[in-house]
Unconditional design. Sequence first.
Length: 485
Amino acid sequence: MHALRPLLRKSLFNLFAASLACAALLAPRAASAEALLLIEADSGKVLQAENATIPWYPASVTKIMTAYVTLKAVKDGKLTLDTLITVSPTAASQSPSKMGFRPGTQLTVDNALKMMMVKSANDMAVVLAEGVGGSIDGFSAMMNDTAQKLGMTQTSYVNPNGLPADGQITSARDLGILARSFLRDLPEYEYFVHIPAIRFGKRVTGNFNKLIGRYPGADGFKTGFICASGYNLVASATRNGRRLIAVVLGANSGTARAVKAAQLLERGFAQDNLTWLRPSLGTVDKLVPVDASPPNLREDMCGGHRKRPASDDDDALIATNGGTSGSASATGGEAQVTFFTAGLQPPLMKASELMATAPAAAEPVLVYTGPTRTGTALIAAVAADADQQATPKPRGKKSRVAKKPDPADKPKDAGKDAKTAAAKPDAKPDAKTAAKPAGTKHAAAKPDAAAKPAASADQPAKPAKPKAATTPATKPAAAKPANNS
């Protein structure tokens, strides 16, 4: 009996471990992980839903509604795509991603929409909001009114671009409803959601939606990112006349959201002839909302473990904790893709490999400032934008070079000296002696002279350079881009 006890204990342990593993597989994901939704565009039938009715911060997928309200106003004859709108100081002050136009710059509704949807330009969203609704608040009221009419019961808007704001909330369910409504109500303006790239002057910007030009049949919609929401994506694709819409909220990178959306879409298309095997999940508007607070993913998305600042145009899976989280996420995704495709149709390429390929060649759409132009006038406008684009760069470089010597370093050193004076007692006499008569100035200068040569090895003849070099280490620069939308 004693000999059987270890075997019995081991068997019970294995059984317990197996039951935990099964429970983990069958249990719904935590709200803080991610939200997924896959629906048919025409019918609204739900093919897959995970945390789809949990409230979420929308980030820049907000701009789908901004485009919807704007284009509905165009369709109703309240303005045209050629209507000129003006960049206000409020629009110019928005955080990146943005075009960066100066206040007073004018451009058409058409060009502003293209810049907003492809580059996710926050300033263009405000320009459109002010042009259509008179103000951010006025336009937000229009957005909320539209959301209620469409049945988006979990959504409220505070601004037109999705930058962090109290009360700016949506859900995967509501985003699915919005995407369906856009395709149903504005088919003539659908091209705004699948432009592969824009060219402004000399600068070409590709669509942040990595499925465009890579995933077969991809034809929309919009990405989004802020620290609190994670990486969001609403995507659509059409195959054999059947259109699906996928929503991914809370992915850990720009690539991960595209991979997950591709997985959802691929599974949906592969199930075309096997839907009778799965229980019906109803339609997207019938999904029951969850009364909860949106998860805040700031620490996961923008914490100190990130190797580089997060942003909406993230190009690759960002490894975390020495690479473990990123690699684990990628591995899990690949396993899922293999399972989906292996069981339903032969896989042609893994989703991550597909997202890593260059997008299909496509001519960027020209965008420009000023009124609508064609022919030689358009060429001249593009050239003028290119000239203005290039002008500020040399000025910035020249002023920086001119400020490298002591005059530019003194303010930084002064700030540093003030900090060290507060932290170290021996810093106080230096500050006092600097204000004393000429006889004490030599005493204050000698320590500086002794310190400068040792630190000036990186930059000969520029003694103040080492202090400037240490300054960035004290600034939390990585936190600033965290709220890019």
